[in-house]
Write a protein that binds this ligand. Structure first.
Ligand SMILES: [Mg+2]
Length: 241
């Protein structure tokens, strides 16, 4: 078994604990700012929900990636209109309480770096790098990340191999057998990482909605009830420090 040179993390449900979020309400917050009246806001929110569902279904099917701007434009939003910025701020405010970084992340990332192991992030997301990095900076972890890939910036989401290859390049490791991936979704994260040649650790606390689950027969290489438990897996597998 190859020594571990990098550990790459999923974001939602992994670095930030899983919250059950009413996903329709996120767009109510956006639409209430953007649309001229209540009826138009209700209709707009429904169109965005449908456009986002379409985008995630495509990503799960291995067909591309999506950026928030594309989802909004597919729902008929003009993102150049002045109302968009205020609406986006309302949307981010809705998400704020659901983006808090797990308190284990600082000791975990610090422990990995002390072992000479690089720290990466690979998130299936429609959000921008800027938004994700503002969240990490707010929670004091941005400086502990060696490389990150947000799939809104690339052509494929997990479980596509290309997403994992891009994440390895971001942390400067070219051997997937020397990489460990950590995530909360069996299909996208565990199956995807193992198929890309990595070891995969499951964080088993997320209540993934049935409509987002893809049945797949895989066994994670490890399970982390708490994120700091990952240090034990890395020590067991060995690293080059
Ligand atoms: Mg996740």
């Amino acid at each position: 078994m190859r020594p571990v040179r990098a550990v790459i993390f999923d974001w939602g449900g992994t670095l930030t604990p899983w919250h059950v979020v009413d996903l329709a309400r996120q767009w109510d917050a956006y639409a209430a700012e953007y649309a001229p009246d209540r009826a138009a806001a209700t209709a707009l929110a429904a169109r965005i929900v449908a456009a986002e569902d379409d985008a995630w279904a495509r990503i799960r099917a291995g067909d591309g990636s999506a950026h928030l701007t594309e989802v909004l434009e597919a729902a008929g939003v003009d993102t150049d209109r002045p109302g968009h910025s205020a609406a986006l701020a309302a949307y981010e405010e809705f998400w704020e309480p659901h983006t808090i970084t797990d308190p284990d992340v600082v000791p975990l990332f610090t422990g990995l770096r002390e072992r000479g192991v690089r720290v990466g992030v690979l998130s299936n997301t429609i959000w921008s790098r800027d938004y994700h990095e503002r969240i990490f900076a707010r929670d004091g972890v941005l400086h502990l990340v060696d490389g990150s890939v947000y799939t809104s910036e690339i052509d494929h989401g997990k479980p596509h191999r290309e997403a994992f290859r891009t994440a390895m390049a971001a942390v400067g490791v070219d051997d997937p057998a020397a990489c460990v991936y950590v995530g909360d979704r069996v299909f996208e994260d565990i199956h995807g990482a193992q198929r890309a040649g990595m070891r995969a650790i499951l964080v088993p606390h997320s209540d993934i909605p049935p409509s987002q689950r893809v049945p797949v027969d895989v066994r994670p290489d490890g399970v982390a009830a708490r994120l700091v438990d990952i240090l034990g897996h890395v020590d067991r597998w060995g690293c080059n420090s």
